[in-house]
Design a binder for this molecule. Structure first.
Ligand SMILES: [Cu+2]
Length: 482
């Protein structure tokens, strides 16, 4: 006990020393950076999300040429929903820029001749008026060049700052610029680029067709979509980011806003390190990190077990109802000592196996066999709301690229036995529903045969499906392979 205490005290003391010396270093490196000499010129590699350019490593500070093109173009917001995005480099978020401290960045911003509006760029990594905005205002068919020296290491947001600023940001005009310290950030196995943004459309979430920007909703901060990397499903299914068991993953996470703060979280992972607000302060063992609009964070964690890890804004309705949901797929062998999976499954029934009630209360007789269609549907609806709703959504519409629809599902209607088995045993692997591919995981649902019959009866008798009345005997037969 005593020994432990002493160690703790030494550790504390050492940490405080470290912190103090770090603080000094920072003050120093800030002063130093302006005097760092550049040697040679190189063109910056720019990448589209979720990818980032190669690390700077131990290269010297250079004159770094960045050529960024602004494009206004129609893209997909969600299944059946399109939107005219304004972009830096053709993607939302814009191209990732990677520099090191002391670089002299020569930045050329070109506004494509087919664009309709003037734009500019404010880089939070710039020390200078408007972060460059004042020198980069550019009309369609023109380009502007300005240069700046990177003085502070960190992860910074850039965005358009042309009036109405909120509207330019809301249409997707933001991205990240990383300024690595001298010698670069520590090496990791996988690095990815994720940026959250909120979108405001004339139609409600999911309303099909080309949607235009809604200024009133934007002012009211009443977002229709909250997404990672510009659209629903940018990081799910086949677009998921990947890693292997044992690897260290570093995520450069930004938040373009325009309005909402992100409660960034990866379900089933703990961030070993978070560079808080993208700066030098490192917090350890973090569950959820807060990323303000116009801010960023670097999160790092080692992936220890295989599986699909869901990336969310933990303001959770945004994840399941507005699109802020991504996936990290980790491959490798199971580590039962770290995570067992289900060891045993049993029935938990604290009231005993028969239905009980308080004295004086009338015992409602539950009919277990030979329910009418209407009774099955009514009980199935309750089960659906408690069990299936979170993924397949209120009207069986599902979530693009993540959860297939049950409404007018060709897959569901084609094969009753297969559907029963999916509900009984779960489902993983590639399937195609109404022409769209899914490759995800439906967990096993813990339901009685009767509940399976009822919930499927409800599903089959809703949303344009084929009106099958599923009986308990169908469930028993399907389960035994008949
Ligand atoms: Cu703009």
């Amino acid at each position: 006990m005593k020994i432990l205490n002493t160690t703790g005290a030494i550790a504390l003391f050492a940490t405080s020393l470290l912190l103090t010396s770090c603080g000094n270093d920072n003050a120093q490196s800030k002063v130093d950076a302006s005097t760092i000499k550049v040697t040679g010129t190189m063109e910056a590699e720019l990448t589209s999300p979720p990818f980032v350019p190669a690390p700077v490593g131990d290269r010297d500070a250079k004159k770094l040429i960045v050529n960024m093109e602004i494009l206004e173009e129609e893209g997909t917001m969600a299944d059946g929903v399109t939107y005219v995005y304004w972009t830096f480099g053709g993607t939302v978020p814009g191209s990732f820029i990677r520099t090191r401290v002391g670089d002299e960045v020569e930045f050329t911003l070109s506004n494509h001749p087919e664009n309709k509006l003037p734009h500019n760029i404010d880089l939070h990594a710039v020390t200078g008026p408007g972060g460059g905005a004042a020198s980069s205002f550019v009309a369609p068919g023109h380009s502007k060049t300005f240069s700046f020296k990177t003085l502070n290491p960190g992860l910074y947001v850039y965005h358009c700052a042309t009036a109405p600023v909120g509207m330019h940001i809301a249409n997707g005009m933001y991205g990240l610029i990383l300024v690595e310290p001298k010698g670069g950030l520590p090496k990791v196995d996988k690095e990815y680029y994720i940026m959250q943004g909120d979108f405001y459309t004339k139609g409600e979430n999911g309303e099909p067709g080309l949607q235009t920007f809604d200024m009133k909703k934007a002012v009211d901060e009443d977002a229709d979509y909250v997404v990672f990397n510009g659209k629903v499903g940018a990081l799910t299914g086949d677009n998921a980011i990947t890693a292997n068991v044992g690897e260290t993953v570093r995520l450069y996470v930004g938040n373009g806003g325009p309005n909402l703060t992100s409660s960034f979280h990866v379900i089933g992972e703990i961030f070993d390190n978070v560079h808080v607000e993208g700066g030098d302060l490192i917090n350890k063992n973090v569950q959820t990190t807060s990323i303000p609009a116009g801010g960023a964070a670097i999160v790092e964690f080692k992936v220890d077990v295989p599986g699909t890890f869901i990336i969310v804004d933990h303001a959770i309705f945004r994840a399941f109802n507005k699109g802020a949901l991504g996936m990290l797929k980790v491959k490798g062998s199971e580590k039962a000592n770290l995570y067992s999976g289900v060891i045993q499954e049993g029935i938990y029934n604290p009231e005993g196996s028969t239905l009980q009630s308080m004295p004086g209360e009338e015992v409602v007789e539950t009919k277990t066999q030979n329910k009418t269609l209407a009774e099955s549907i009514a009980s199935g609806k309750l089960i659906y709301t408690n069990t299936c709703f979170a993924c397949h959504q209120a009207n069986g519409e599902g979530i693009a690229s993540a959860f297939p629809p049950l409404a007018e599902s060709d897959y569901l209607n084609a094969d009753l036995e297969r559907s029963i088995n999916i509900v009984l045993h779960g489902k993983t692997g590639k399937i195609t529903v109404n022409g769209k591919k899914y490759n995800s995981v439906m967990t096993k649902q813990t339901l009685t045969n009767e509940e399976v019959a009822d919930v499927l009866t409800y599903v089959y008798n809703s949303w344009g499906n084929n009106k099958t009345h599923v009986k308990v005997s169908d469930v028993i037969n399907a389960n035994s392979g008949h």
